[in-house]
Each structure stands twice: as structure tokens, then as C-alpha cells.
Design a protein around this ligand. Sequence first.
Ligand SMILES: [Zn+2]
Length: 249
Amino acid sequence: MSLKSQMRYMNPYDIHKALVNEYILRRPGDTKQLHRDSSRDRTDLDVIRENHKFLWDDETPDTWEAQFAKKYYDKLFKEYCIGDLSRYKENKIALRWRTEQEVIIGKGQFICGNKVCSCQEDLRTWEVNFAYEEQGKRKNALVKIRLCSDCSEKLNYHSKKREIKRLKRKSLIGQTRKKHRDEDTLKSLSDDEAGPSKESTTDESNPSKEDSLSQNDRSIEESPWENIKPAETKSRDEEMEDYLQELIL
Ligand SMILES: [Zn+2]
């Protein structure tokens, strides 16, 4: 049974472990290296550091799972932040991107993103504005920070941040067969959830869809065979995006 078909029965942390262990680290079959128990994080880190080798340094991933793992892993680096909340009463909160080790063990994703907190329960996702420097340029980004209840209170001490909530518990994963019929329903549901601020992205996605449809129509007229490959690639990308959205809150 492939990981892809198992994913529908797994929770996000188990999927994370499987993707990291099987496809990102060269540790085939050994998924016991990552534990939720934070008292063992140090040991895990040491083990990971010793065995750490990227699959895609010298080769392009070929399986669906490996390609998905790479997308997932790359996305995680610019998805969640780690915060220093020690001066929250002065309205001073320092943010930084996660290190590779933090991405691997899920610090800031499955473990509270306050750098000194190791709580793993009731994590909530908040949207924060993060000003940082990259290659000498000042940048601003809306990023996510996942915090436990106590740390969420600290973050919101001076001003309430926007909370990002998962709309549906029912998983998209494993619904590919029903996907096309449900797609419109799911899209309109998530639009409702996103509220007015997300409307612009919705507006943008619609015309581009029409564009690609008409492009496909054109290429069908020109050559039915040339159309096959790009269409497959696109639907695989779209499918992976759906899985990513489901996995990353
Ligand atoms: Zn916390």
C-alpha cells in the first residue's frame, strides 16, 4: 500500500513523520526516530543530524510521494515562525523563520511556536506580520505562528491577531475520486471561511482557470497528443496543492 493511499487514514503528524523519514531523510523504514515526546527531541535531533542527507541533492524525486514530500518540506520553511514572547507585555514580539531541525521535528507546527514552550496540546494558528531581511532587502510577510492556549494569550495581549481556522475536519485527502464533483462545493465553502480579505485571490484564480481551459481547447484542436502531458502535470500539481492545504494549517 502506497503512502498516498494510506494518508487518508493518518493524522497530519503521522503524515509529517512519514514524509520526513521516508523521503527527506535517508532513513527508509525507520519512522521511530521522531517522537512527539519533547524530552527526547535532543536525541532525535542528534540522530537526524548524523544521518541527514537530502534525497534531491543529486537526483530528482520520481515517485508521487517523494515529489510531494519535497513540496511539503520546501513550503514548511516559509510557513511557520518561531516567536520570542518574553516581552509580550511591552508589545514586543520577535519572530524568526524555523531552522531545518525545527522543521523536521515539527517545532512551531506540532509543538508550540513560542521558542521556550514545548506544549503540544490545543495549538491555534495565528497570522502575524513578520518583517525580516533577506539578501540585504527588507521584507514583510504575513506568516503563521502556532501557539498553545497560554502562549496565544500572550501573543494577543495587546491586540487580537487573526486566527486561521480549519474549516472542515473531513479530509480532502483520499477524496480524489469524488474530487471533481465536490470541487465547487469545497471551493465555495473555503471562500466563505476566508472572508472578504481573501476575495481578491479568488477573483484571480477564476480567470486563470478559464485561460488554461481555453488553452487546452486550443491544443486539442491543434494536436490531441501534445495536450496529454501538460494536462497530467497540471492536475498532479493541483492535486498536491489540495493535499498541502489539508496538511498545513
Ligand atoms: Zn506555548
